[in-house]
Design a protein around this ligand. Structure first.
Ligand SMILES: [Zn+2]
Length: 106
């Protein structure tokens, strides 16, 4: 098997742990509703693991319209002043939902 090393190719990978280390916030915006929400990278890491910050958009759905296609994620470094006007959405709990899936016997 050839060693492509493709996974490590992009040096610009910015993971949630990186964002957390430098004190960034993650801004998630739904392009459809124009709703912006701010999250702590550490909270998102709890849920999704230490993924690339940009990947979070594909994993979240808008709480208003329930759609996922328009989610846009950016890591930001708000100034102390901006930060005062930002309300960060913190992780309250992770609920594990038991979902029953039925299938018909052949
Ligand atoms: Zn939306």
């Amino acid at each position: 098997m050839p060693d492509t090393g493709g996974r490590r190719k992009r040096g610009s990978e910015w993971k949630l742990s990186n964002a957390h280390e430098v004190g960034q916030l993650v801004r998630v915006q739904c392009g459809l509703c124009n709703v912006r929400r701010w999250y702590q990278p550490g909270d998102l890491k709890e849920i999704f693991g230490d993924v690339e910050a940009e990947m979070v958009g594909s994993k979240m759905t808008c709480e208003r319209c329930g759609k996922n296609e328009f989610m846009h994620v950016e890591t930001q470094n708000p100034s102390a002043r901006e930060r005062q006007s930002i309300r960060v959405r913190r992780l309250a709990e992770i609920r594990v939902v038991r979902r029953v899936v039925w299938r018909d016997e052949n």
